[in-house]
Design a protein around this ligand. Sequence first.
Ligand code: PLP
Length: 450
Amino acid sequence: SKLQEIDRKHILHPTTVPSVNAQEGPKIIFSRGEGVRVRDINEKNYIDGVSMLWNVNVGHGNEELASAAYEQMTAFAYGSQFYGFSNEPAIKLAEKLGEWAPGDLNNVFYTSGGSESNDTAFKLARFYWQKKGFTNKKIIISLTRGYHGVTVGAQRATGIEAFRDFSGSGDPNIYNAKAHLTNAEKGDTSDQNYASSVRSMIEELGSEQVAAVILEPIQGAGGVHMPPDGYLEAIRQLCDEKSVLMISDEIICGFGRTGKNFGVDHWGVIPDMICFAKGITSGYFPLGGVLMSDAIKSTIDQHEDVLAHGFTYSGHPSACAVGLKNLEILERENILENVISMEKVLTDGLKYLENKHKYVTKIRNKGLLAGFELMKDPENGIPFESPIQASSKLVEKCLSHHLIIRPFDFEEGMNIIAIAPPLIINEKEINEIIDIIDTSLTELESEWND
Ligand code: PLP
């Protein structure tokens, strides 16, 4: 089509292989959405099994969110938070966020997205320590397989090689520790992975140099990895022991995705900062932010020079009005309760797939954040060899049956599938997703059996 041709010629797409897009153009051009379904310009319908980019949490086509944007835009579309200015939606949303957040994370710095939020958290953490008189605390530690975005700080924090090193732009003061070594984080030096733990990294670099540890409560774009029991608690204790701030990247997990307000709430852990984006507006408007404790806010408040950080769209009134309405919908419609009941349906569906299909393994989910793996021989831990690209094949096959899910295969032998549907999904729709994956796997199996 003409649209496809313009796209092919003139748009550089994020996280795609440029040469493929330059040759083929986009696969689907969307034009409408309703609930868990989206439609393309050729009137083909799909089930959105990943809420687009894990963000369309209240589903597509929500008129209340559209009206909230319309009303705010006609009243006062845009105004900044610079020069002593503010606006009502930004203020009301700040108050509401404090109610949603754990502990005393009652304070917010607004951004327009996830990467900006993480870079903001890194700067504020370093700045906080400077104000406390620790001018050397600059290092940020993150985890392998963590995904924190693509700005120069967030890029380096991302523990996925292609992103971390892309174009050689990353902030050199950010280090990756190996993910999820519970015993090592607790101080067990006999753990064989101790040397690559967050704990040993802090000790080796010197805690007087380390500002913060950032991690996702459940890793998302690294392939949906759950932390082992006690891990987040161990990181919290470690950060307290070493005087290092704990930053929870809740850009996927926040606002009900896992069945709680925030991912850390599953473990009763209160970080010093929470980064949010995506689900705050269900993707209807670009908005993000950093929530921080009263202690951090009050230390920064004593600063007498300009806080030389901020975005044109920090506290964007229309974005905040949509965020506020989105939280109101989540509360009023008891959407977190739906997530908890649908978690069971999704778990049963994943178990069914694992029992029926010999290549399906390592199913996992919390709330409506789920993943599973494809392996050639799960019992003996043998992966598919790379030419097979099993997860991409499955995703393609599902797409041909009108279901959108997402593959993760950025490492040799890795074949992970993510499922993260809108939080308003019902039982019938989850079963539809499972049925399509089931059919698609059956169709592929004859190929893979050879
Ligand atoms: N952090 C996490 C956990 C994410 O999943 C993402 C995006 O997928 C980001 C940060 C980056 O957010 P953005 O793409 O809005 O910059």
